[in-house]
Design a binder for this molecule. Structure first.
Ligand SMILES: C[S@@+](CC[C@H](N)C(=O)[O-])C[C@H]1O[C@@H](n2cnc3c(N)ncnc32)[C@H](O)[C@@H]1O
Length: 255
């Protein structure tokens, strides 16, 4: 499952650095979704949720679902967002956990961290922190987090086993994980997996959902559930020679 980490990380960082600098999820010259880009024209969150956030946050929403709502966050919880981007899910989580809770966003792309931090300062939010790091090696203390969430990021990782092992390490016993991510039914050819641009657009780094949940199980997670897999919105158009690619909501628990 480990692929050449350095080139993939570099290419992913280049793409999301450019998006962060543009401040707009549709500014890479890609069509919004037809190429499988992470940038979606579909609305991922309810109007009431979006109205509470400034445009500098909502314009840089690059996810493929809403992991915050399924996380059912409680006041006082400590939350970790893997690949926090411009910070949209961190800010939503911060409202739910309140002043007694805390939210940490990890991202490896400096321009994204700068945008997220600017947004945090502009909004005057005090219970969110953004840290630079890779999700394969998280800068987070073991057994310290109540809830991990992530939105359209783990598919981009060249070492998904390491991500799940790290997620398991940092969660408190009984902690939960709430993911929105791109998965497939069937495999990409080796040739497509080697297409770095498609990988960075959240397409060919995606793996079959059974393999995905298998890696979670191998890391120690239990109660793994794939929510509305069958009728999940097909946010990536089907392309000839590719398996079905779709957004799934996946939840699990550390025993
Ligand atoms: C598709 S965007 C999603 C951003 C955010 N979750 C959202 O919903 O708007 C992917 C983000 O994950 C970050 N990322 C991708 N791979 C990463 C890795 N291995 N370690 C840390 N961050 C990563 C990118 O820099 C980018 O900000």
């Amino acid at each position: 499952m480990t692929e050449s980490i350095i080139p993939i990380h570099e290419i992913v960082q280049e793409r999301y650095g450019a998006l962060a600098e543009s401040g707009n999820c549709c500014a890479t010259g890609d069509s919004c979704a037809a190429d499988g880009s992470c940038c979606q024209p579909v609305q991922l969150y309810g109007d009431d949720i979006l109205q509470a956030l400034p445009a500098s946050v909502t314009n840089l929403s690059l996810g493929c679902g809403d992991p915050v709502t399924i996380a059912a966050l409680q006041p006082g919880e400590w939350v970790l967002d893997l690949g926090s981007g411009g910070g949209i899910d961190c800010f939503l989580a911060a409202q739910r956990v309140g002043e007694t809770g805390y939210v940490i966003g990890i991202d490896m792309t400096p321009a994204m961290l700068n945008k997220a931090t600017e947004n945090r300062v502009k909004m005057g939010v005090t219970n969110v922190e953004f840290r630079r790091g890779q999700i394969e090696q998280m800068p987070v203390v073991s057994d310290s987090i109540d809830v991990i969430m992530s939105n359209c990021v783990i598919n981009l990782s060249p070492d998904k086993s390491a991500v799940f092992a790290e997620a398991f390490r940092v969660l408190k016993p009984g902690g939960r994980i709430s993911l929105s991510d791109i998965v497939t039914e069937g495999e990409f050819s080796a040739e497509l997996r080697a297409d770095a641009a498609k990988w960075a657009s959240c397409v060919t780094g995606a793996i079959p959902v059974d393999q995905y949940t298998g890696l979670m199980r191998a890391a120690g997670f239990t109660d793994i559930q794939v929510i509305d897999k069958a009728d999940a919105k097909n946010i990536v158009e089907h392309q000839a020679g590719m398996p079905r690619i779709y957004s799934a909501r996946i939840t699990a628990r550390k025993p």
